[in-house]
Every structure is written in structure tokens, then in C-alpha cells.
Design a protein around this ligand. Structure first.
Ligand SMILES: Cc1ncc(COP(=O)(O)O)c(C=O)c1O
Length: 445
């Protein structure tokens, strides 16, 4: 951005997305207003180059030997997944729909792994038939079902054990490991799972383990300590007679959505990763064939995305200025604080139609969803929006479209566009106004 309009949290993020031309945000030559004319509002905009920058930075920190996997749940847009696939990133999926996305995006099956509780027989059948790189099993029962599925198909499926560690995990804002949980096999069951797999060498090849303990992790020491524990578990697995080839360390690196949250210190992670993780694997005779995997959703794509919504109304109520936009929690549930967040705080936002003027309006920005929960933030400082201006919500590349209740209030679903190498790709058209009716059957006479 040639002339930063002001110093705030949105500005450095906007600078990664584009430049200011005239007054508005322009992404590799594409004006946000022109995109709005082409695809309608609201829309999600992704810049491929920012995703690629994240990939490069991660490779620099974790070394080229550590395999990166993208958690499709963070953003199942096929075009965005293609950017990652072409950059050599693998895919971690959790449903048959995400399996279809990974196929459409061109991932080869051996670069895909399937994790998550509640995998149905149908999903297991499809994954095994496709020759998926690994199924990370979450229970003894699931392991039995993979064995049965592989036998039925006359195939041998690679599996990893997703382990729920005995120790409590610290440092995650959303904890998914330690204590009782639906995720993974309790560490105490590891030996039993190994026996089960070893008794079915025709059907499964037990290749390693997976530990994913939580999301929005920013405490580097906690991550590294967790990973050291994962390596100890991998050695314990080797002691049980398993040839360990895959160690999926999980990931869940955080981004600083809210005021006061720290940036994820990737350089510090890199400094600790070399001596304490990569070197330890190299030095361990039990892990000599092991490849390390780190799987990330948010950290790879959040910064690359902007949710663009149009101002429909600006009104005053008893001394509070309200800016009402044409999209809200129906399209972007995480930015409105309705996705498990404990505190309702605002993502950084900006008036992307007018980035040069001074931000001197304090306002509450709300969507059209007829509930007080539909609010992007209160007491936000903005360049005063006029009716028709476009507001941009930063950090919108992850858990936006796919995490939201798109059917709520029956507005059309938003478009998604990707800018890559100067070209604008429409990844998804805006939904039809009558889609809500077309997907239903009225009573017959
Ligand atoms: C098993 C697994 N891997 C990866 C992720 C991605 O997490 P994040 O987007 O925080 O990186 C999740 C999120 O729920 C997950 O359950």
C-alpha cells in the first residue's frame, strides 16, 4: 500500500492484500468495487500470494523435510486448495465432502490423510478405495472398521493412531487433547491398538501416530513441549514393534484476531524446532525412518482472506452510531464471535472503499440477521462509511464461508474470489435468491 492511511491493526494486513489506488483497496490490479460489481456483495476475497508466503515462511522455519498439510475444514474452496496443492502441501480431511474437495483440487491420494471422529463406514470405504495416504484412527472400534473395510476390498490401508495424550495440554485456546475427549485414542490404549493392527497385517499397515491437541496455539514453548511428548510417544510406539514412518505433530498455530493477542512467533518456533524436534528425530535410532507432518488450517489461509460487505444503512440509536451491512453472522460466524469464542471481540475491519481519510468514526457494525448476536464489533474506529461503501473484515480466509450458518435468514450465499498472479478467479458464484425455495419440496396438494 503506497500511503498507509493510519497506524492500526488492519493496515499491515491490508498491505499484505493489496495497495490503495484512488481511495480504495486494489488487489493486484483488481479494485474491490469492480469485484463487487462483477460478483455482487458480500464476497470473500483470497489472495493466493499471501497463502504462498505463509507456506514459504513455514518451510523456512520447519525445514524442507517437514511435510505441511492443509486442514481443508478451514477453507474448502477448491481454487484455494489448488494453490496449496501446487505448492506441494498435502491435505488433511475430515469428511467425504472434503475428500471430494481434495480430489477436485488435484491432491494425489498418498498426500492426503483422513482424521476426525465419526468417520462413517461409507467414508472409510471411499477413502480406502481411493488409496488415501493414511487414516488416522480415533478409536479401537474405528480401527476394526478400517480393517474390515480393507479386507472387503482386498487392500492394505496405511493407518496412524491418533493419540489423546495422558498429560493435560497447555497453550491452546480450543483444547482437543488431554483429559477425556472424543478425539483420538487415550494413550493408555496404544498397546491394545498396536496388537489389533499387528494381528491384521493383510489389511492395515500401522505407520505411525498423530497428536492434535488444540487450535489457536501461540505459546511456542507449549507447542515444542507437546511435540517433545509426541516424539516420546513415537518411540514408545517403536518399542511396541511398529516401524514408525509418520509422525503427525498436529499444528493449530494461532493468529491474533483481537486487540492484545500476540502474533505467532514463527521464527522462535523455528529456532526451537531444529535442535529440539528435528535433531531429536534424526538422533533416535527408533525414529530413523520417520517423516514429520505439521497440519494447519487457520495459519495457512486466515491472513489471505478478506470478507467484503456493503454498507446498507447508517443510523443512530440513543447516541450509538450503527453501520448496517448486507452480510453478517450468516456468512462469517467466526468474525461475529459466535463460534465458541468466550469473549466477543472484533476482528480488524476497515472501510476499503475509503482508505485514505482519517478513521474518526466510532461505530457498531452489524449484519442483517435480526439478532443482537449479529455484530462484527462495537466501538470500532472507522473511516465514516457512506451508504454503499464496502467494509472489509480481515483474517477472513479461515472458518468463514464453511463454518457459517449460510441458511440463516435465507440470504443468498456469498461469492468467493481468488486473485493469483494478477488474475481474478471466481471460485464460487453468489447463491441464487430462490435457492432457499428450490432446495425444498412444498406440501403436495
Ligand atoms: C485434527 C485437526 N487438524 C487440524 C485442524 C486445524 O486447526 P487450525 O485451523 O487451528 O490450524 C483441526 C481443527 O479443528 C483438527 O481437528
Amino acid at each position: 500500500m503506497s500511503t498507509p492511511p493510519r497506524s492500526d491493526r488492519a493496515t499491515p494486513l491490508l498491505q499484505r492484500l493489496g495497495d490503495v489506488s484512488g481511495d480504495e483497496l486494489v488487489v493486484e490490479g483488481h479494485r474491490v468495487s469492480a469485484i463487487a460489481e462483477q460478483v455482487g456483495t458480500p464476497y470473500f476475497l483470497y489472495r493466493g500470494e499471501v497463502v504462498l508466503q505463509q507456506v514459504r515462511a513455514l518451510r523456512e522455519a520447519l525445514g524442507a523435510d517437514t511435510e505441511l498439510y492443509f486442514s481443508i475444514k478451514a477453507n474448502p474452496s477448491v481454487g484455494l486448495c489448488q494453490v496449496l496443492q501446487r505448492a506441494g502441501v498435502g491435505a488433511e480431511l475430515a469428511s467425504i465432502g472434503e475428500l471430494r474437495v481434495s480430489q477436485a483440487a488435484g491432491f494425489s491420494p498418498e498426500r492426503v490423510l483422513f482424521a476426525g471422529p465419526g468417520k462413517t463406514d461409507r467414508e472409510l470405504d471411499e477413502a480406502v478405495r481411493w488409496g488415501i495416504g493414511a487414516i488416522n484412527v480415533e478409536s479401537l472400534g474405528e480401527l476394526e472398521r478400517v480393517i474390515a473395510t480393507a479386507r472387503r476390498q482386498g487392500r492394505r490401508q496405511t493407518v496412524c493412531l491418533r493419540i489423546n495424550p495422558r498429560e493435560q495440554v497447555h497453550g491452546a485456546q480450543m483444547r482437543m487433547g488431554g483429559g477425556p475427549t472424543q478425539f483420538g485414542l487415550d494413550e493408555e490404549l496404544m498397546a491394545q491398538a498396536v496388537k489389533l493392527a499387528q494381528a491384521a497385517p493383510d489389511a492395515v499397515d500401522l505407520a505411525g501416530l498423530h497428536v492434535y491437541v488444540g487450535s489457536q496455539m501461540v505459546d511456542i514453548e507449549a507447542i515444542i513441549t507437546n511435540w517433545e511428548h509426541v516424539l516420546a510417544l513415537a518411540e514408545a510406539l517403536a518399542d511396541l514393534g511398529v516401524s514408525v514412518r509418520k509422525i503427525d505433530l498436529g499444528g493449530g498455530f494461532g493468529v491474533p484476531y483481537f486487540d492484545g493477542q500476540p502474533e505467532f512467533d514463527l521464527a522462535a518456533l523455528g529456532r526451537a524446532f531444529g535442535p529440539r524436534i528435528a535433531a531429536r528425530v534424526k538422533a533416535s535410532p527408533k525414529l530413523k525412518d520417520a517423516h514429520l507432518i505439521v497440519e494447519l488450517g487457520r495459519y495457512l489461509v486466515a491472513t489471505a482472506g478478506l470478507y467484503v460487505t456493503r454498507v446498507v444503512d447508517v443510523k443512530e440509536s440513543r447516541g450509538t452510531r450503527y453501520v448496517v451491512t448486507d452480510g453478517g453472522m450468516n456468512h462469517h460466524i467466526t468474525a461475529t464471535g459466535n463460534f465458541g469464542q468466550v469473549f466477543r471481540k472484533a476482528y480488524p475491519m476497515a472501510n476499503v472503499s475509503n482508505l485514505r481519510a482519517s478513521a474518526d468514526l466510532t461505530a457498531t457494525v452489524v449484519g442483517p440477521c435480526c439478532t443482537p448476536l449479529d455484530q462484527f464489533g462495537a466501538k470500532l474506529t472507522l473511516v465514516p462509511p457512506r451508504r454503499g461503501d464496502l467494509l472489509g473484515v480481515l483474517y477472513s480466509g479461515a472458518y468463514g464461508y464453511s463454518a457459517s450458518s449460510l441458511g440463516f435468514l435465507s440470504h443468498p450465499s456469498p461469492a468467493e474470489v481468488l486473485v493469483l498472479d494478477g488474475r481474478l478467479h471466481v471460485l464460487r458464484e453468489v447463491g441464487a435468491e430462490d435457492a432457499v425455495v428450490k432446495s425444498q419440496r412444498p406440501l403436495e396438494a
